[in-house]
Design a protein around this ligand. Structure first.
Ligand code: SF4
Length: 280
């Protein structure tokens, strides 16, 4: 049976990740950080973060500037502000305990369907439909015979995957499928020889037909890269003048746009006289 083989493989091969043996708060922090960011970049930041802010109220009492600095170069720093806001809500409305229901989790800033389901599974050992990019790729190859899952899960995909969740150990199935997608059924070079369910894989049986390639926009020269450079400057200095910030990047209009959007996102603030700093 596929479920048993995948779970046995997981029990023998899973990585020793610190958020697999931590509090619900540690799981929640890891899920915020792991959104669009690989494990190896998250590990040192998560460890520092949990040492510094081991509970929701400790983070809630931190300044925005400290939170943004501690987020470092993980990218997409709006996640840091949303995690900070979530910590405030958890400490005041939920008695400093991460809530366990889907509805309460979804009501927190920065938590969408995937993150709510993942926290239910990994923090509370509940049965939930966890569909991240690794799990969806593994499922689509194994059961549907296609290389890559569509951009977003459809209602049909969700119903099909829901029907695969075992009654016992649903949370382990979620962790196991995620791990096998991350380590074995990888996007570019799946290690099919090591896959415990290779003989059931529809994509392998069809001799690996290719999906239409997805062209990702380049990071180099992008508005996102420009925002990151501005943020880095303000993380490392108490404040900076607009002229200093404009000198960081060849296209001044991109810096002006970065400043405008960072202000709108609440990630920086102006102190007047064209000077900027991280928010207090
Ligand atoms: S056999 Fe290969 S492609 Fe199929 S599920 Fe296993 S690792 Fe993925």
């Amino acid at each position: 049976m596929i479920q048993k083989k995948v779970i046995r493989w997981f029990e023998e091969n899973q990585r020793d990740l610190p958020w697999r043996n931590t509090s619900p708060w540690g799981v929640l922090v890891s899920e915020f950080m792991l959104q669009q960011t690989p494990v190896n970049r998250v590990l040192p930041i998560w460890n520092d973060w949990m040492t510094r802010w081991p509970s929701p109220d400790s983070l809630a009492n931190a300044s925005k500037a400290d939170v943004i600095r501690a987020w470092g170069k993980l990218g997409y720093p709006r996640r840091a502000l949303r995690l900070h806001e979530s910590a405030k809500i958890i400490s005041t409305k939920h008695d400093n305990q991460v809530p366990s229901t889907y509805e309460d989790l979804l009501a927190l800033p920065g938590i969408g369907d995937y993150t709510a389901a993942a926290i239910q599974a990994f923090a509370f050992a509940q049965s939930s439909l966890v569909l991240d990019i690794n799990i969806r790729r593994f499922y689509s190859r194994l059961y549907d015979g296609i290389e890559r899952a569509p951009q977003a899960p459809s209602r049909v995909e969700r119903e099909l995957r829901q029907s695969l969740i075992p009654k016992q150990g649903a949370h382990i199935w979620a962790a196991a499928t995620m791990e096998i997608g991350a380590l074995i059924c990888t996007a570019r070079a799946p290690k099919c020889d090591e896959c415990p369910v290779k003989n059931s894989c529809q994509w392998r049986a069809r001799n690996y037909p290719k999906s239409t390639p997805v062209i990702k926009p380049s990071f180099t020269g992008s508005d996102r890269q420009c925002r990151g450079i501005v943020m880095n400057q303000l993380r490392e200095n108490p404040s900076a003048g607009q002229s200093d910030l404009l000198a960081l990047w060849p296209d001044k209009s991109q810096v002006e746009l970065a400043l405008k959007t960072l202000l709108a996102d609440g990630l920086i603030e102006t102190t007047g006289k064209n000077r900027y700093r991280l928010p207090k």
